[in-house]
Design a binder for this molecule. Structure first.
Ligand code: PLP
Length: 471
C-alpha cells in the first residue's frame, strides 16, 4: 500500500523511500502555498505523479498477461481510433434513423460478419457482456419451448462449463443438471444420452471447454439433444481458438454468444464496456431482442415488429464503441482471423509442451487456446498455486487464471494468445522453471511473494469487498 492509494498517517511515513519521503503534488502545494497551479515545477511534479501511478499498474501493453479464458491479447490501436471517429463517438442514440445510417450500417454488417464466423444465421448485438449474452440466449431457449407449447424445466451443464453458465440458466428459471466430463476431459455422448430427457430444454456447452479442450463429440451430442426436442447452446467466449476454422452452426449449435471483449479487439476485464452478441439459427430469429436493425431499399432502420421477441435487454442498442472496434478488427484482419486462431493454439501447445514436467499436466493431449496445469508436483513442498501465481509477478508476468476450472486440483489456466512472440513465451517458461525450482528449494520465498509490485500480497477477500479506492 502506498500513500498514493490513500492510506494516511503513520504508515505513509514508513513507506517513504527516503526519510523525508517523495514529493507529491499535494505535499508540494502544502509546502509552497500560493505558488499556484500555473507553476512549471508544479506541472512537472504532477506529470511525474501520474506517470508513476500508471507504472504501478500492469496491463496487456506492459507485459504478458496469460489469464486463461480471458484472451488478454494485443488489441490493434487503430481500432480504438475508428471507435473514436466523430461520426461514431458523437452519434447520439436518440438521433433519427435518417441521421444514423452509418452507425446502423456498421451494426447491420457486423451482424452479418459474426453470423458468417459462427455459421449461424441471425445475430443481436444488444448484450453488454458474455454473461449477459448467456442470459439472452437462455431467454431465447425458454421462449422457444414455450412457443412450441412445451415449457421445459431442466438444462444440462457440463462440469467443464464456465461458471456463469449455471447462473444464467438459473436466472431464467431452469434447473441445471450437471454433466460429468470423461477421463479425457470432454463430454461423452453415452452420458449425455443418459441424462437428456423430454423435460430438458437443452445443453449449454462451453466449446472449447474450460480445460482448453475441444468438445470432439459435440456433433453427436447435438444430435442426441435435438432428437429429444432440446436446443444446443454454445458458450463461444473463447472463439479466439477457432475463428475461421470451426463452423459452430454446422456442429449443431442453435444459440451461441461471443465475447467481443476478448476475441475481437476490446480487452476483457478492467471495468470497461464489453459486448456479448448472441447468434442463432434461422428459426430462432423471431425470438431475438428488439429493436433489430433492418435494411430495406438500401436504407437502414430499427424495427420493433417482432411479436415473439424476448424484448429489449439494455438501454439503447448495445455498447456501440465496442462494436466499432470489432467491425474494424474483422475488416482489417480478413482471412488473417483464421491465422490468429491458429497461432493462439500453437502458442498454447508450445507452452503445454515446454511446461510439462515443470507442472503437472492432468489432461495430457493437444489443447486449443489455453493449457491447464495442476499443483500436484509443488503440493508436496507445501507450495500452493496462489504462491506460484504471486511469484510470477516478481518475474514481470501477470499470473494466469487460478483454481479454475474446478475439476483440476489447484488449477493454473494459461492462455498466451497469438500476440506473444516465441522469445516472450521462452522467458515465461524460464520464469516458471525458476519458480518450480524455488518451490522445491526455497518454499518460504514463494509464500512471501510478490516482493516487487507496489502492492504486496493482499487479503483477497478484503481487497474485493472493501477496496481502498481513494484517500
Ligand atoms: C469470459 C467468459 C464468460 C463471461 O464473459 P463476461 O463478459 O465476463 O460476462 C463466459 N464464458 C466463458 C467461457 C468465458 O471465458
Amino acid at each position: 500500500m502506498s500513500r498514493f492509494s490513500g492510506r494516511k498517517g503513520e504508515k505513509e511515513e514508513q513507506d517513504s523511500p527516503s526519510p523525508k519521503g517523495m514529493w507529491t503534488p499535494v505535499r508540494w502545494m502544502k509546502a509552497w502555498p500560493g505558488k499556484g497551479l500555473i507553476s512549471r515545477t508544479f506541472a512537472n511534479w504532477m506529470f511525474r505523479h501520474f506517470t508513476r501511478l500508471s507504472q504501478w499498474n500492469f496491463g496487456v501493453d506492459s507485459g504478458m498477461y496469460p489469464l486463461g479464458s480471458c484472451t488478454m491479447k494485443y488489441n490493434p490501436k487503430t481500432n480504438e481510433r475508428q471507435a473514436s471517429l466523430r461520426g461514431f463517438a458523437a452519434a447520439h442514440p436518440l438521433l433519427p434513423v435518417g441521421l444514423s445510417q452509418g452507425v446502423l450500417k456498421m451494426m447491420f454488417d457486423l451482424e452479418r460478419y459474426l453470423a458468417e464466423i459462427t455459421g449461424l444465421s441471425a445475430v443481436t448485438l444488444q448484450p453488454a457482456a458474455g454473461a449477459h449474452g448467456e442470459l439472452t440466449g437462455m431467454m431465447i431457449v425458454r421462449a422457444f419451448h414455450k412457443d412450441a407449447g412445451s415449457p421445459r424445466s431442466k438444462i444440462l451443464i457440463p462440469d467443464t462449463a464456465h461458471g456463469t453458465n449455471p447462473a444464467s440458466a438459473v436466472l431464467c428459471g431452469f434447473t441445471p443438471v450437471p454433466v460429468k466430463s470423461d477421463e479425457r476431459g470432454v463430454l461423452s455422448p453415452a452420458y449425455a444420452a443418459s441424462v437428456m430427457d423430454e423435460d430438458t430444454a437443452g445443453i449449454m456447452v462451453t466449446n472449447p471447454n474450460t480445460l482448453g479442450l475441444f468438445e470432439e463429440h459435440i456433433r453427436e451430442i447435438a444430435d442426441i439433444v435435438h432428437d429429444r426436442g432440446g436446443l444446443v447452446y454454445v458458450d463461444g467466449a473463447n472463439m479466439n481458438a477457432v475463428m475461421g476454422i470451426v463452423s459452430m452452426g454446422d456442429m449443431g449449435a442453435d444459440v451461441m454468444h461471443l465475447n467481443l471483449h476478448k476475441t475481437f479487439s476490446t480487452p476483457h476485464g478492467g471495468g470497461g464496456p464489453g459486448s456479448g452478441p448472441v447468434c442463432v439459427r434461422k428459426d430462432l430469429e423471431p425470438f431475438l431482442p428488439v429493436p433489430r436493425v433492418v435494411k430495406e431499399d438500401e436504407k437502414y432502420s430499427l424495427s420493433w415488429g417482432f411479436p415473439k421477441s424476448i424484448g429489449k435487454l439494455q438501454a439503447f442498442y448495445g455498447n456501440v464503441g465496442v462494436l466499432v472496434k470489432a467491425y474494424s478488427y474483422i475488416l482489417s484482419m480478413g482471412k488473417e482471423l483464421k491465422k490468429a486462431s491458429q497461432l493462439a493454439v500453437l502458442n498454447a501447445n508450445y507452452l503445454r509442451k515446454k511446461l510439462t514436467g515443470v507442472f503437472d499436466l492432468p489432461y495430457d493431449r493437444p489443447c486449443m487456446h489455453e493449457c491447464v496445469f495442476s499443483d500436484r508436483i509443488q503440493e508436496q513442498h507445501k507450495v500452493t498455486t496462489l504462491d506460484m501465481a504471486k511469484r510470477l509477478m516478481d518475474y514481470g508476468f501477470h499470473p494466469p487464471t487460478i483454481y479454475f476450472p474446478l475439476v483440476v486440483h489447484g488449477a493454473m489456466m494459461i492462455e498466451p494468445t497469438e500476440s506473444e512472440s516465441k522469445e516472450t513465451l521462452d522467458l515465461f517458461v524460464d520464469a516458471c522453471k525458476a519458480i518450480a525450482w524455488e518451490a522445491k528449494n526455497d518454499p518460504a520465498l514463494l509464500s512471501e511473494s510478490p516482493t516487487k509490485p507496489k502492492a504486496r500480497r493482499m487479503n483477497e477477500t478484503e481487497a474485493a469487498r472493501k477496496p481502498c479506492l481513494a484517500g
